[in-house]
Each structure stands twice: as C-alpha cells, then as structure tokens.
Design a protein around this ligand. Structure first.
Ligand SMILES: [Zn+2]
Length: 334
C-alpha cells in the first residue's frame, strides 16, 4: 500500500517504546484513488464518512495474517464496547473476504481506514490491522486500547491529537518528536509530521470538541514532547466525550435502546455541553427519530462553538498585540 508509513523493519514488540503501540497510521490522510480527500470542502462532508445510523457492518479476518482464534476473540469482545454507545452492529462473518471491515494481524503496525472509506478498498485487502494484539490469554489494557482506537477510526473518528484546536492546549516540541521517531522508528520527518504533528484542516472535520486528552483517539505523549510539559498517559477506555459523540452521531432511538440505561440523549448532550436553542433543536430531532437531522443539528452546534472559540482567540490575540502597536505609535510620535 503506497500510503503505508509503518517502518519497513518493525522493531520486535518488546522493544517498542510504550507510546508506539498506540501510534497508529491514520490512513484517512492518504487517498486510495483521486477525489475522496479533494472532495472535502464543506464541514458536513465528513458526514459522508459516517455510516448510516443503525447499520449492521460486517467484519471478518483476512490474509496476510487472519490471526488465531484467541486474537480474533479479543477483537470480537472489545468491539462490543462501541456498540453500547453507537447505534451500530458489528457482525463477524466466517468468510472475511466478503466483509466490509477486513482485519489482519500483520507486522505493519496498528492502523485503520476511517469510516465508510473502507468500502472503497478492493476486497479482499485488509482495511484494518493490529500489530500488537497477541495470542496470550486475557485482554491486556493496551490491547483493549488499541482495538477501541482502531474501531474508533472505523466508525469515523479521527486523531484527537491532530485536532484543529490542539494549539489551544498543546504546543508540540516538534524537533524532539522528529528526532525521537527517527531514532526509534526510522520515520522520516514527513512521516512524523503526517502521523503526529500536522493538524487536520478545519474543513476536514465536521464536529470536534476542544481537545480531549482522555479520548481513546489521543496518542500517549511524554511531557518532553510539548512545551506545556503535559504528560498524556495511554488511554485504554472510552472517555465521556468519546461516548457522547458516538451517541450523537449514531443515536439509539426509543425501541432500539442501548444495553446501558445511562446511554441516552440527555446524558450525551450533558457530556458534550450542548445547551440552549441547539439543545432544544437536537432534542426535537431525537423525538422525531430523525438521525440525519440530529447529526446536522449537532454539526451546526459544533460549527457555532468553533466560531465562538475563533472569535475569542482573535480578541485575545488583538489584546496581546495592542501594547506593541502602542509602543510603535509612541516611537513614531517621538
Ligand atoms: Zn489512529
């Protein structure tokens, strides 16, 4: 695959620095054929990467490494977690070559295509890969984390650390990261920029929150990697926002309720912080059972939040710039 950026000679698993097991290659940035990325102009366009609500998605295991029964069982078990929060069903079928999400366990690292982009990958090529899910009994926390993360991609989530709003909380020490990944993984600067440093353009993502360090879509990051010195531990479970956004994009309506009674529209809106008219509009779409309308209203709310945040940032930048302007004026006056 031309977009593959995992190392050619993978480091043995026990030599991987801890963060690397969470460092997945996000193939959403690499177009399988012309047009898919280029077509993303409007904020709603990413909605085309989300599956239809309530859909059953077939999943299977394929060559080159379809995995052992233990590896396969781990995936099947962990993925049930997403089914509690998103109104989607993952149906594992015996002939993996026919499945919509096709999983392999080869040594190219852990990665996945994002959302319905998987449908454009020719069968039977894998659409998702797990580099570090092994055949030992029991599901390790790290394995749970990576399975939830890759299936997060599969239902349409992108990397939290590459959010357009990352700069509000986190300034990366780019050279530290580039040197480290070059030394330990043999990545080029470009590969590191694409997988870790670059943020998505605002047009690429439709709804996103202020950066959620606890999201399953956030990489582990040592404190030395950012100016703020924030140590981001590996996330191995879904954050409240991960769950909330899953529900608001894939809502359970009355009659299709989640197995968890706490998963409901009110809790989802509370966690996301949706208030006022937007909340009323979303609630109305929910009552009407219109998931397309609900997604659209939720996206509209997110766009408004973003505009408010941009305006606040512009004001603070202007205020910071003001003293400098004043001193220039003083010099000119003198
Ligand atoms: Zn990822």
């Amino acid at each position: 695959m031309s977009g593959e950026t995992a190392p050619q000679q993978p480091v043995p698993a026990n030599k991987n620095p801890e963060w690397y097991s969470r460092c997945c290659t996000d193939l959403s940035k690499v177009k399988p054929s012309g047009g898919r990325i280029d077509g993303m102009k409007a904020v709603l366009t990413r909605a085309s990467w989300l599956w239809e609500n309530g859909r059953t998605i077939t999943v299977g295991f394929v060559l080159p490494v379809p995995g052992t029964p233990v590896q396969q069982a781990k995936v099947q078990e962990v993925v049930k977690e997403w089914e509690k929060y998103a109104n989607l069903k993952f149906r594992f079928i015996p002939n993996g070559n026919d499945a919509e999400i096709r999983i392999s366990f080869d040594d190219t690292g852990s990665w996945s295509w994002v959302g319905t982009v998987a449908l454009s990958i020719p069968k039977p090529t894998q659409t998702m890969n797990f580099g570090w899910v092994d055949s030992n009994p029991g599901i390790a926390d790290e394995e749970r984390g990576v399975i939830l993360h890759e299936f997060g991609h599969a239902i349409g989530y992108m990397h939290e650390h590459q959010s357009p709003r990352r700069g509000e909380k986190l300034t990366l020490n780019e050279q530290v990261i580039i040197d480290y990944t070059q030394e330990t993984q043999g990545w080029t600067e470009e590969e590191t920029r694409q997988n870790i440093i670059n943020v998505y353009s605002r047009a690429e993502v439709s709804n996103f929150s202020a950066v959620d360090f606890t999201s399953i879509m956030m990489y582990f990051m040592p404190a030395s990697w950012n100016v703020q010195g924030i140590d981001i531990p590996p996330n191995e479970s879904l954050s409240p926002l991960d769950k909330s956004y899953a529900f608001l994009n894939y809502p359970f309506f009355i009659g299709t309720a989640s197995s968890d009674p706490d998963v409901n529209i009110q809790n989802a809106l509370n966690a996301a912080g949706v208030t006022g008219a937007a909340r009323a509009n979303i609630a109305l779409e929910y009552i009407e059972g219109d998931w397309r309308g609900l997604r659209a209203e939720f996206t509209r709310w997110a766009v408004n939040q973003r505009a408010l945040s941009d305006r606040a940032q512009a004001v603070s930048e202007r205020e910071e710039a003001a003293p400098a302007v004043a001193s220039v004026a003083e010099v000119e006056a003198a």
